[in-house]
Design a protein around this ligand. Structure first.
Ligand code: IMP
Ligand code: MG
Length: 432
């Protein structure tokens, strides 16, 4: 059987996929980005340095890996060149050996970006404004420009990208046939998938595991494992239904970014605000519970620095995600962020017009009316970021994970308790 693994976001994006990819990439020979563009923001912390990636696969941070930007992606050539230069400035090597760009990926133009930032629908959805939707639109109506054609041009960007461009389907399939470890890196999340997400509040590509096949030119029989990445709670950037949201979108939008807060307040001031927030959250104020998750989890967009909407773990949506991706395992990230809470809730069903259901709803309007049915579990106070094996975790955290595993319906393979590579607990039950 092929040594392949697809890593997908199980929620609304920002699950910490970049970190899980980086961790699992140790074993990989090749890392393939298959969908989306520079709407994604993957943060990877390694050796005390923070790398922010938007279009280049997270495998670039490790040496001797082949990184592929697949045919399913949309690429802004200037952004790609900038990202390559920034990585080189940080001491990494980026060359035609470790980065390959599919000739069939589509080019994001100035016009795409303009259309994305001016249209009323983009504003309603709260897109990242990077031209993603208009570019995929041109692709599907067959008026787009592919990278292979773009690099035939004479512009400086075209010339500098030319050596990186190849037909990547053969390179990827050759690697799989040779028994190499090939990792497919998802962007965004299941609930942002254009077919399976909360349409129209979605991105314009297939972020689920099926998208990995289309976005790379690999057949379904070649995939061995699908790992879904879930944050231990939920977040969402931009508009759209969010059943387990704490507080509401407009309150969150008005909040300062954490950078602003840190600038305005001294370190002690920030700690004082955090302590106050903990007290109010444990008095039961839902909005403040969400704010606590935002502050402790640094929930501000990597791409747009917008404060993210936060909420409890949505087990109904998670089970749905497990099914539409055919997940074989799950990774739970940011477990450490749940500290300081007396009680933690998990949504296990929705009430729709007074009727209980365990099924996710595809209609955005229907979903926005779903009332979550919660189970309450004990929280913990401890900072668990030093835990290196499951047994190091407090009993309450272990119970919470046990319940998450039941609710999602697939075994948990990895737990993440911090941003660093070492702040990861592999449970030894993945095939990879
Ligand atoms: P677009 O992908 O820029 O068209 O944005 C469509 C929706 O997807 C918006 O709600 C964005 O906030 C969301 N989105 C796109 N990329 C990401 C991501 O990488 N993380 C989280 N949300 C995203
Ligand atoms: Mg992100």
């Amino acid at each position: 059987m092929a040594n392949t693994l697809i890593i997908v976001g199980g929620q609304f994006g920002d699950e910490g996929k970049g970190k899980i990819v980086d961790f699992l990439a140790e074993k990989a020979d090749m890392i393939v980005r298959y969908s989306g563009g520079n709407n994604a923001g993957h943060t990877v912390v390694s050796g005390g340095e923070t790398f922010k990636l938007h279009i280049i696969p997270s495998g670039i941070i490790r040496k001797n890996k082949v990184n592929i930007i697949g045919n399913g992606t949309v690429v802004n050539p200037d952004v790609l060149v900038d990202e390559m230069e920034n990585l080189e400035k940080m001491g990494l090597t980026v060359n035609e050996k470790n980065l390959i760009l599919s000739s069939a990926a589509h080019v994001i133009s100035e016009r795409h970006i303009m259309d994305d930032s001016s249209s009323a629908s983009s504003k309603m959805i709260g897109t990242t404004g990077r031209g993603i939707g208009p570019c995929y639109c041109d692709k599907v109506v067959r008026t787009g420009t592919r990278i292979g054609d773009f690099v035939k041009g004479k512009s400086g960007t075209a010339v500098s990208l030319r050596p990186f461009v190849k037909d990547t389907y053969s390179i990827i399939n050759d690697a799989i046939d040779a028994g190499k470890h090939v990792l497919f890196e998802g962007a965004q999340g299941t609930l942002l998938d254009v077919d399976h997400g909360t349409y129209p509040f979605v991105t314009s590509s297939n972020s689920i595991a099926g998208g990995a096949l289309i976005g790379s030119g690999v057949g379904p029989t070649k995939i061995r494992e699908v790992c879904g990445v879930f944050k231990a709670y939920s977040t969402r950037v931009g508009g759209g239904p969010f059943p387990t949201e704490l507080g509401n979108e407009s309150m969150t939008k008005e909040e300062d970014s954490v950078d602003m807060l840190r600038k305005e307040l001294s370190a002690e001031g920030f700690e004082r605000l955090l302590r106050k927030t903990v007290i109010k959250a444990n008095e039961g104020d839902a909005y403040t519970q969400g704010r606590l998750l935002r502050m402790q989890g640094y929930e501000y967009g990597t791409t747009t620095s917008r404060p993210r909407r936060t909420g409890w773990f949505d087990g109904v949506a998670a089970r749905y995600a497990a099914r539409v991706n055919g997940m074989t395992c799950a990774a739970i990230t940011k477990l450490d962020v749940l500290r300081n809470l007396d009680k933690i809730k998990i949504c296990v069903a929705y009430l729709i017009n007074g009727k209980q259901t365990g099924n996710f709803l595809l209609g955005a309007e229907e979903l926005s009316k779903a009332v979550p049915v919660y189970e309450e579990m004990s929280g913990w106070k401890e900072d668990i970021s030093k835990a290196r094996k499951a047994d190091d975790l407090p009993a309450a955290a272990k119970n919470y994970l046990g319940r998450l595993q039941q609710v999602i319906g697939v075994p948990i393979g990895i737990i993440s308790v911090g941003a660093g590579r070492e702040e990861t607990i592999p449970l030894g039950n993945m095939l990879w």
